[in-house]
Design a binder for this molecule. Structure first.
Ligand code: CO
Length: 291
């Protein structure tokens, strides 16, 4: 009877001691190491670098103690840059390196605008690294537009960054990327909310709804004679230069000019403006608070 109780007790005591020794051994060995991984689609255009430098500068200001890493999701752009001698990691390689360097807490923040397919692809990578269990915590920051608060801040950012030279009665046409993903609805939701404050601001997309033909129709209905064309993407890259402001027949500038609307293109990405970058940086800070 006695031995029957003593043996399990001895095992229990052994377990308690060994597990506490195990825990303290690990506590001494692993110290908390936080890092931020900034992720962009990427761009080979020199003009896009202004956006990336700005978001890095603002992130550094907000989190001066935390090391910042970069990754581009586009393999084509990474290969193009590699030929120029500029090596940029994919998110997978960047996270593997951070793992190797002993980071324990990582925020992955993308420069995406909506919760579309690119955001979800990145979320899968983050989930895979999370399930490996080598990071104590890996969190993903939201894109620019994920909540109603983001929406309101984005409306304010749009209104505060419209060029001062724009006169009353002139339209502002923002060019979003657009997607087949259901998150595309954010663009028309944004247009509705921005128009409550300025009815002559329109939000169109290259690959979703609203299309340029819709914008052309609405501008016509309002008898708009001048439109400022502004990218609603983090960088003023290929879409802004060609699809928005290019000389080709199917560029937004050409389509609107043909119906008598004078166009004033602005080649600046949203990440060049602090008013937008602050929203992304806020999302990084929210993740860091969970560490
Ligand atoms: Co595109």
């Amino acid at each position: 009877m006695k031995t029957k109780i003593l043996i399990p007790m001895a095992i229990l005591i052994l377990l308690v001691f060994s597990s506490s020794a195990f825990a303290s051994h690990h506590k001494g060995e692993i110290s908390k190491k936080e890092g931020i991984l900034l992720v962009a689609f990427g761009s080979s255009e020199a003009s896009a670098r202004v956006s990336f430098e700005n978001i890095e500068r603002k992130t550094r200001q907000a989190c001066p103690e935390t090391p910042i890493f970069w990754a581009y999701t586009s393999r084509i752009i990474r290969e193009k840059l590699a030929k120029q001698g500029l090596m940029i990691d994919s998110p997978e390689i960047a996270l593997a390196k951070m793992m190797d360097q002993g980071f324990t807490h990582v925020v992955v923040q993308s420069l995406h605008t909506i919760l579309g397919t690119m955001h979800h692809d990145l979320a899968q990578t983050v989930a895979a690294f999370n399930s490996m269990g080598r990071f104590e915590k890996i969190l993903m920051g939201n894109p620019l537009l994920a909540s109603q608060k983001d929406m309101e801040q984005t409306v304010d950012a749009i209104l505060s960054t419209i060029p001062k030279e724009r006169k009353k009665g002139e339209a502002v046409v923002l060019m979003g990327h657009g997607t087949h993903h259901s998150a595309n609805a954010f663009y028309s939701a944004l247009m509705f909310q921005v128009q409550l404050k300025d009815p002559n601001v329109f939000v169109g997309t290259v690959e979703g709804y609203p299309e340029i033909k819709d914008i052309k129709f609405w501008l016509g209905e309002k008898k708009i004679k001048t439109a400022w064309l502004i990218p609603f993407m983090s960088v003023a890259g290929d879409h802004a230069k060609n699809d928005m402001a290019g000389d080709e027949d199917d560029s937004w500038q050409s389509i609107l000019t043909k119906v008598g609307i004078q166009c004033k293109p602005v080649l600046k990405g949203t990440a060049e403006f602090d008013a937008f970058v602050d929203i992304w940086v806020d999302h990084i800070k929210i993740s860091l608070k969970h560490f």
